[in-house]
Design a protein. Structure first.
Ligand SMILES: [Zn+2]
Length: 383
């Protein structure tokens, strides 16, 4: 057997042997647009049961994503509740394939049983609608992390994608949200927010936090959506974890530049022609199709993982693919949930040990989740 074939065999073995958890996938958004039978291999999309099994995926956080526009229009809580219903429906429809997971214990107990654990995160805090009680409601429905903002500032904090900050970090309500999330045992997701928001959370949070789908700004200079070296260091110092996102524009400088340029041109046209609502969405759809971005490679993702490891060590890095959230803009070799073994193979080639790989696949993330659970018990009993 050639060395390459040996690496591949070893990688496949590890992918099946170790618990793999992916902290961010947008399958609910995809299925909300067009429901498919994901118990079988689907034509398009990045996730289905057969491919997930092939890739060794055991647990995944599905995003109950609510677009930023509902912050203004209203109805965000209803939208989130619908997304949660959709996710819960997956395990109800295919109970031999999927099983809900609401704790580290669930994920560990269900590991090895053949079914994929479905945990839930909420992407965008708009559904809280200014009520701390809604945090309890969403926790009760199974949400275990909240990505505080998405593409625009909201009533909780500032978004890295918005033109200018509204709060210079967290709003007064957002500060209360942090405390209440700690108390409930909900993970705080620092992906998508501004640097200022991140640093304020690091001051306030009584538990470690997670970036569920972010990569290293080192490779995408100036792009606030990814984490700077300084931020990664602080995140790790406080026991958190960065879950590296796979999208081409997250991991490759050239694609990131192309994407920024494309967004700038689109925004100029949208503003000049005052496009809104459906016209705006149709324009963006068509423009994006007509102007595809360049390719990235699995080696770009490995470089991001390795950069974070070189910065802070092996204990603070994991996987948050963003599958079904970035269209076709995924690296060669890492196109869907069947591809985790390819990534493991590249890490082996780079000299990562089996123990290192186990940490990246799930141990690091589960440690943070456990810490958040433990901190909540402490905070609740100290009242
Ligand atoms: Zn996202």
């Amino acid at each position: 057997m050639s060395t390459n074939a040996q690496f591949k065999k070893q990688a496949n073995g590890l992918a099946q042997e170790y618990l793999i958890i992916d902290s961010h996938q947008d399958l609910p958004w995809r299925l909300g647009k067009k429901m498919e039978d994901i118990s079988k291999r689907t034509e398009g999309g990045d996730f289905d049961y057969p491919r997930a099994k092939q890739g060794g995926l055991n647990a995944v956080f599905l995003a109950a994503y609510v677009p930023a526009k509902y912050e203004e229009e209203g109805g965000a809580k209803t939208k989130a509740a619908e997304a949660i219903d959709l996710i819960k429906g997956l395990a109800e429809t295919w109970p031999d394939k999927f099983v809900p997971a609401g704790s580290v214990a669930d994920v560990k107990e269900q590991f090895g049983g053949g079914r994929i654990s479905l945990a839930m995160g909420m992407e965008n805090g708009s559904p809280l609608e200014g009520e701390l009680d809604n945090l309890k409601y969403f926790y009760g429905r199974g949400i275990r992390y909240i990505t505080l903002a998405h593409s625009n500032n909201n009533h909780i904090c500032d978004s890295s994608f918005d033109d200018k900050p509204k709060w210079n970090g967290l709003s007064p309500f957002g500060r209360k949200v942090i405390g209440e999330m700690n108390r409930l045992g909900m993970m705080i997701d620092v992906s998508h927010i501004t640097d200022k928001t991140f640093y304020q959370i690091m001051e306030l949070s009584k538990a470690p936090v997670v970036a569920t789908h972010s990569s290293c700004r080192h490779f995408t200079p100036g792009w606030e959506r990814n984490m700077s070296d300084e931020m990664i260091k602080l995140l790790a110092k406080k026991g958190g974890v960065i879950q590296i996102s796979f999208g081409n524009m997250f991991v490759n400088e050239q694609v990131n530049k192309e994407s920024a340029e494309r967004r700038k041109l689109m925004n100029e046209f949208i503003r000049a022609n005052d496009l809104q609502g459906e016209r705006k969405e149709r324009y963006i759809d068509e423009y994006v199709k007509a102007h595809p971005l360049g390719d990235a490679d699995i080696s770009d993702v490995v470089a991001n993982i390795d950069h974070a490891v070189q910065l802070v060590g092996i204990d603070y890095v994991g996987l948050g693919s963003d599958f079904d959230g970035v269209g076709d803009n995924l690296p060669n070799g890492l196109k869907d949930v069947s591809c985790y073994p390819n990534l493991i193979c590249e890490l082996i080639k780079k000299g990562y040990t089996a123990e290192d790989i186990k940490k990246i696949c799930s141990d690091n993330f589960l440690r943070v989740w456990s810490e958040v659970e433990r901190a909540a018990i402490e905070l609740q009993s100290s009242r």
